[in-house]
Design a protein around this ligand. Structure first.
Ligand code: 5RP
Length: 221
């Protein structure tokens, strides 16, 4: 079992019969979906909410039943990956482009468990470019306003065209180098017209589960 598998496997142990589960996006969440699929095949009954179309496709292949976010009042446990994690459990997310739905699902969850390998732990957030989801209309104006916050912005591309999120938007990857005050920055970014949401998840994670290459796991909350 590699580091990502170990973290995902541990997190899935928190899931109990009858729960409503948020399922994240990315290569670590992939393993959580696979392990949860095994539990479902063994008879566990859960309802899942997907943070992306990709996650829903994979979950369905694994036999997981999905519901719509609006059909549930709350989510019991959300399990998702992260691009960076600091000691205060603040995160950068959105490397896979799913940050908007990931944040809505995390915010609607009683418990938000973050799974990652140890490479994601940092002292200060910001080495990983911060993904910001923006409306396509006037996106270069939005990018210029983000520049004023002290970052370099790069429009995310796929096959030489702007990458389109599941919500029909663009992603700007914002290179700050260091984010010493994530609370202030998330507010400044979300105040810019054209910004839909940013990838800073501040004080949202309940529990962090870190996997290591030798298959061991450490948790903190
Ligand atoms: C997707 C995300 C992912 O959780 C994040 O990019 C981590 O991915 P991985 O588990 O593949 O390292 O935020 O939008």
């Amino acid at each position: 079992m590699n580091a990502k598998q170990a973290a995902a496997h541990r997190a899935v142990q928190y899931i109990e019969d009858g729960m409503i589960i948020g399922l994240g996006t990315g290569s670590t969440s992939y393993w959580a979906i696979r392990y949860l699929g095994e539990k479902v095949k063994q008879g566990m009954r859960i309802t899942a909410i997907a943070t992306s179309d990709e996650t829903e496709r994979l979950g369905l292949q694994c036999g997981i039943k999905f519901s719509k976010m609006d059909a549930v009042e709350h989510i019991d446990i959300d399990i998702d990956g992260a691009d960076e994690i600091d000691q205060q459990r603040n995160l950068i997310k959105g490397g896979g482009g799913a940050l908007l739905r990931e944040k809505i699902v995390a915010a609607g969850s009683k418990t938000f468990i973050v799974i990652a390998d140890e490479s994601k732990m940092v002292g200060v957030l910001g080495r990983f470019p911060l993904p910001v989801e923006i409306i396509p209309f006037g996106w270069q104006h939005t990018a210029r306003r983000l520049l004023l916050l002290g970052c370099k912005t790069i429009i995310r591309q796929k096959e030489a065209k702007p990458f389109i999120t599941d919500n029909g938007n663009y992603i700007l990857d914002c290179h700050f180098a260091s984010i010493p005050d994530p609370v202030a920055l998330q507010q400044q970014i979300n105040n810019i017209p054209g910004v839909v949401e940013n990838g800073l998840f501040v004080k949202m994670a309940t529990r962090i589960v870190i996997g290591y290459d030798d298959g061991t796991v450490k948790e903190f909350s």
